[in-house]
Write a protein that binds this ligand. Structure first.
Ligand code: BJW
Ligand code: ZN
Length: 252
C-alpha cells in the first residue's frame, strides 16, 4: 500500500535512522529549484525548449549521427544556462546524508554536475556529464569548461580528434559498468529514495523496481505522483529542496 504524505513524519525519521544501506535515484526535479529546466515538466518546473524542437529529437543518437554541430549548439546553449546555477537545499541535504550511513550511493540521471558541487562524493552519473566531452577518435574523456565554446566541436587534448558531449542520448547505451554498479547498489539497499524523476526513462526507471524486488523500502519525493508512485511505500508530495532537509532536523 502506498501512503501519501506532505512532510516527513516521526515514523519516517525512525526508518531513516535505522537504515544501513541507502541508495538514491535523482532526476531533473532535484535541480528544478536551482533554476534548471526539467524534460517533462511537473511541479510547476520550466521545460527545456530550443528552436522549437523537442528534447527527444535534440538529445538523440539519430541527430548526433546526422548533425553533430547542431547537437553541440544545443548543449552549448544549456551549458550557458547551467553556468549560472548553483546547488540548492536538496543537493546540500543529500551531501550531508552521505556521511550518516554505512553505505550510501547517489545514482543520478542528471548531467549538470550539481550533486558534486554540493559535496556528494559517491555519485553514479548514469547519463554522463555536460561539462565533459569524449573523443570520437581515441575515446578519451576530458573536461570542457569554456562557455560559450569558441570551436565546435572541441578538440581532444590527447590526439586532436573531434569530440562529442560525454552524455547518454536517447537510443544510446549507458557507460559501461556504471549501470551495473547502480543495479548492485539498488539490490543491496534497505532504503531506496526516488527523487525528482518522472521515472519513465529506462533503464534508470528499472532501479527502484529492482530495489523493491530485493526487499528495500521505497520512498518517493516529488510534488506530483508518477508512474512508480503506486509501487512506493511512501510518496512525499513536495519539493526536494523543502523535503530533503527535513530528514536532518534535530531529533526530539
Ligand atoms: C520535482 C521538482 C522539485 C519538479 N522537487 N521534484 C523500455 C521501454 C521503452 C523504451 C525503452 C526501454 N528501454 C529503453 C528504451 C528507450 C529509451 C527510453 O527509456 N525511452 C522512454 C522515454 C520510453 N531509453 C534509452 O534510449 C536509453 N538507452 C538505452 O536503453 O540503451 C539501450 C538501447 C540502445 C539502442 C536502442 C534501444 C535501447 C538511454 C536513455 C538516456 C536518456 N537521456 C536523457 C538525455 C540526456 C542528455 C540530455 O540531457 O540532453 O536523459 S533523456 C532525459 O530524460 C534525460 C533525463 O536524465 C531523463 C529522465 O528525466 P527525469 O530526470 O525523470 O526528468 P523529467 O523531466 O522527466 O521529470 C522531472 C520530475 O521532477 C517530474 O516528475 C516533476 O514532477 C519533478 N519535479 N520540480 C522534486 N522541486
Ligand atoms: Zn582523442
Amino acid at each position: 500500500m502506498s501512503i501519501l504524505l506532505t512532510e516527513v513524519s516521526d515514523e519516517l525519521l525512525g526508518i531513516f535512522d535505522g537504515a544501513a544501506r541507502v541508495a538514491v535515484l535523482t532526476g531533473a526535479g532535484v535541480s528544478a529549484e536551482s533554476g534548471v529546466p526539467t524534460f517533462r515538466g511537473g511541479g510547476g518546473s520550466e521545460i527545456w525548449t530550443w528552436r522549437g524542437r523537442p528534447v527527444t529529437e535534440l538529445s538523440s543518437a539519430e541527430l548526433i549521427a546526422t548533425d553533430p554541430k547542431l547537437v553541440w549548439e544545443w548543449f552549448d546553449y544549456r551549458r550557458a544556462l547551467l553556468k549560472e546555477c548553483v546547488p540548492n537545499e536538496g543537493h546540500n541535504a543529500l551531501a550531508k546524508w552521505e556521511r550518516r550511513f554505512e553505505r550510501f550511493t547517489l545514482i543520478t540521471q542528471n548531467i549538470d554536475g550539481l550533486h558534486r558541487e554540493a559535496g556528494s562524493m559517491n555519485i553514479l552519473e548514469l547519463h554522463g556529464n555536460i561539462w565533459r566531452a569524449r573523443c570520437l577518435r581515441c575515446a578519451s574523456s576530458f573536461e570542457v569548461r569554456e562557455c560559450p565554446l569558441e570551436d565546435i566541436p572541441p578538440r581532444c587534448f590527447v590526439c586532436g580528434g573531434a569530440s562529442r558531449p560525454d552524455v547518454v542520448l536517447f537510443g544510446e547505451f549507458l557507460p559501461e559498468g556504471v549501470f551495473d554498479r547502480a543495479e548492485e547498489a539498488a539490490a543491496a539497499a534497505d532504503l531506496f529514495f526516488v527523487i525528482g524523476t518522472s521515472a519513465v526513462v529506462y533503464p534508470a526507471a528499472s532501479l527502484p523496481i529492482a530495489a523493491k524486488q530485493a526487499g528495500a523500502r521505497l520512498i518517493e519525493i516529488n510534488p506530483e505522483q508518477t508512474d512508480i508512485s503506486l509501487m512506493c511505500d511512501v510518496t512525499l508530495l513536495g519539493n526536494a529542496g523543502e523535503i530533503l532537509p527535513q530528514f536532518l532536523k534535530e531529533r526530539g
